[in-house]
Design a protein. Sequence first.
Lengths: 403, 403
Amino acid sequence: MPERPLADLILRDARVVTQEPRSGVIERGWIAARAGRIVGLGTGEPRVRGSARAVERRVRGRVVIPGLVDPHTHLLYAGRRYEEFVERRAGTPYLEILKRGGGIHRTVAQTRAASDAALARLLRERIARAAAQGTTTLEIKSGYGLAVEEELRQLRIIDRVRAEAPIDIVTTYLALHALPVGADRAAFVAAAGRAVATVAREKLAERVDAFVDEAVFSVSDAGVVFRAARRAGLAVVLHADQFNDTGGAALAARSHALSADHLAAASDRGLAAMAGAGTVAVLLPGSALIVGYTPPDATRFRKAGVRMALATDQNPGTSPLEGMPTAIALGVNLCGMRPDEALTAATRNAAAALGRERVSGSLRIGKRADLVVLDTDDERDLAYRVGARLIREVYAAGRRVAG
Amino acid sequence: MPERPLADLILRDARVVTQEPRSGVIERGWIAARAGRIVGLGTGEPRVRGSARAVERRVRGRVVIPGLVDPHTHLLYAGRRYEEFVERRAGTPYLEILKRGGGIHRTVAQTRAASDAALARLLRERIARAAAQGTTTLEIKSGYGLAVEEELRQLRIIDRVRAEAPIDIVTTYLALHALPVGADRAAFVAAAGRAVATVAREKLAERVDAFVDEAVFSVSDAGVVFRAARRAGLAVVLHADQFNDTGGAALAARSHALSADHLAAASDRGLAAMAGAGTVAVLLPGSALIVGYTPPDATRFRKAGVRMALATDQNPGTSPLEGMPTAIALGVNLCGMRPDEALTAATRNAAAALGRERVSGSLRIGKRADLVVLDTDDERDLAYRVGARLIREVYAAGRRVAG
C-alpha cells in the first residue's frame, strides 16, 4: 500500500466543488495541499498525513470552491471618474465622452501624473481587496499610458507588484486602448506594434490586447499588434464587439486568441468562429450594468458552443465593479447564465481564458492549492444572494491570504 | 458660555454626510453621542467633553453617513427557492409560478413547518448580517403564514427577536400576501381584516401591508384591511403596481399610506397622487434584477415630485438580495437615480417610509446615534464601486454593532 502523502493544509468536512467534470462535487469532502499544490482530495476521513506544522480546518456545513479567477481588469490607474459616471447616467453615450477626450483619456492623464510609488501602492491595495473577495488569479492590463514609454513604465510597476503579490497575477500589454486626441492612427499603431518586442524581451507581459470597436481601433489595427505578438511569442486577447459588431469575434478566432472579451454586440458568425477556434468568451456584465447597454446574452453563447468566462473588468470608468462574487451574480441575473455555468465561468473557464487551465481554476491533484471557503452550504448562493458576503477564507497556493 | 455636553462616543476627522439639507456635508467633521443620542456635530475640534469611558475614534480620510435604513424586507422565512430561481431565469413568469402553488406558497409551507426556535435563529442571523452591511433600522414583514394563527405566530417570533436586536426593527403585518391555493377570497380577506385588531392589541406590528396586483389582491381587498388598520390605529403600506398597474399607487395615496413599494408599473396619475399625499415610493431594484422585469425609472418619480426610498426587499424568492449597499448601487445603475439621491433614498427617505424620520435617517442633535463609517473618502463609491466592501464600522444608538 502506498504511503499517504504529507500535507501542510487540510480542509475537511466540506462540500468540495471541484469543477472537475469527472469528480464533480464531493460531499463530506476533504482537500489537502503541500507546498502550495493539491496532494489529495476525497470524501470522509482525509487520506493524508499532516506535517508537523500542518493547518487542519473543519469547515462543516460550508462549501470549498476553487479560487476565483478574474481574467479581465484594468487595475493600474489613478483617479476616479464620478462626474462621467453621473453624466452617463444622464444619458450621454460613452463613445461620445471618449471622442471628446473624456473617458479613458481622463484616467490616462491622472495615471501619467502619478508616481511609481503611488501607483504601486494603489495596485497593492486593489489586489488585496480582490483577494479578500476570493480572487486568487488576477489579470491586470496596462493601457492608461497611450505612449510606449508610459505603457512600459506601467507594465514595470505591475511587474514589481506582481513579484511580491499574495496571489497569481497575469499581466497583459493593452497595446491599443484608445487613440490619443490628435494622434496619427497609423503611426500610433505602428509604435504599439514595435513595443511588443520590448515587452516580450523584458518579460513584462504574457499577453497582448487591443480594443476593437467603432471610433476606437479596427480589425486591421489589431492585426498589426497581433502579428508582433506572434513574432514575440506572446498570447493575444481582444476587447471585441462591446458596442458594435466590427468583426472582433471573428478576428479573435482566426488569431487563435485565448479570449475575446465583452462581445455584447458580436454576430452569430463571430461566435461560431470562436467556438471552432476554442477561443473563450469573457463576459463583462459590470460594464453593461454601469454603462447601461444591453448585456451579452448567455443563451447565444451556449447555443454557439462557446466557453463562457466572467470577469469584473474593474476600471475607474465603465466598470468600477469590485469582486468576482458580483460578476457571478450579474452573469446570472443580467446575462442569463445558470448558477453552475457562472461558477465554472469564474473558475475553470476563466483560467482557460488566461492560459492557466493546467495550473488553476479547478481542484485536482497537482494543481495549485487556490481555495475559497464560502460562508454557506450551497454555492448557488453566489448567484442567488446578490450582495451577500460569502467569502469566508481564501487560500492562494495553500497560504491563507484573506478571511 | 454654556458648558460643553458630555459624550460617550466621538468620531472625528471625518467627512460627515448629515443628510440634513441645511448643513449638508461637514468636512473635517466630528459627531458625538451620549446614551444613544447625537449630542453634537461640527467641524474641527469636537466641542464636547468625553465621559470617563468615552470612545474617541479618528476616522481620517473616511466618510461617516447616517445608519442605513431598509424599509422593506420579508426576513422571517425558512427554506430557499433555488429551483424557482433557475426556472424563472429560463423564462417562466413569476405570476405563473405563483398561480400553480409555487413562489410564496413554497416558502409558506417551509416556514409553517419550522419551529419557533429555528425561525428565531434564522432571523437573528439575518439581522446580524444586515447590521454588518450598515443597516441600523430594518423593517420586517410577516406574510409567510397565510392563515391568521400562523401569521400571529410569525409576528410573535419577530417581536421576541426585535426586543433583543442590536438595531431598530419595525414590524409590519403583511395581511394580504397571497391567496392560499383553493381558498375563498372574500373569507380570506375578511379574516385578515379581523386579525388586524389582534395584532394591534398585542402590539405585534406598527403597520399593515397588502400585495395588490393582477392575480393577487385587488384594491378593494386591500381596502378591507386598510380600514381595519385605521380603526386599530396602525399605519398602512402597500405592495403596489409591481407587475401591472392595478391602481395601487392611487390607493396608497388616498389611504395616506406611509409608502407604496415596487411601483415599476405605476401610472403617472398614481405617482401624482402619491406626491400630493406625501406617500414615499420605495423602489426595489433587487426584485427587478432577479425576476427580470423592467426596473422602476427614477426619472418618472423625480418628475412627479415623489420622495424615493430604496430597500432590499430581501426574501427567499424574488429578491434574495442582501445589504443596502447593493440596493444603492442598483438604484443608481438600474433605476437611474443620482448617487446623492440613492443615499438619501437609503437613509432619510427610507426613515420617512417607516414613520421614523424624527428618530433616524439623518444626523442632527437629538436623533439616535446610528452611524456608519465607510472605508472610502467619497460616499459616491456606494453607487460607483458596485460590490465593494465599504462598510467599515457600524454604530446603532451609539453602540458598535459591526465592523
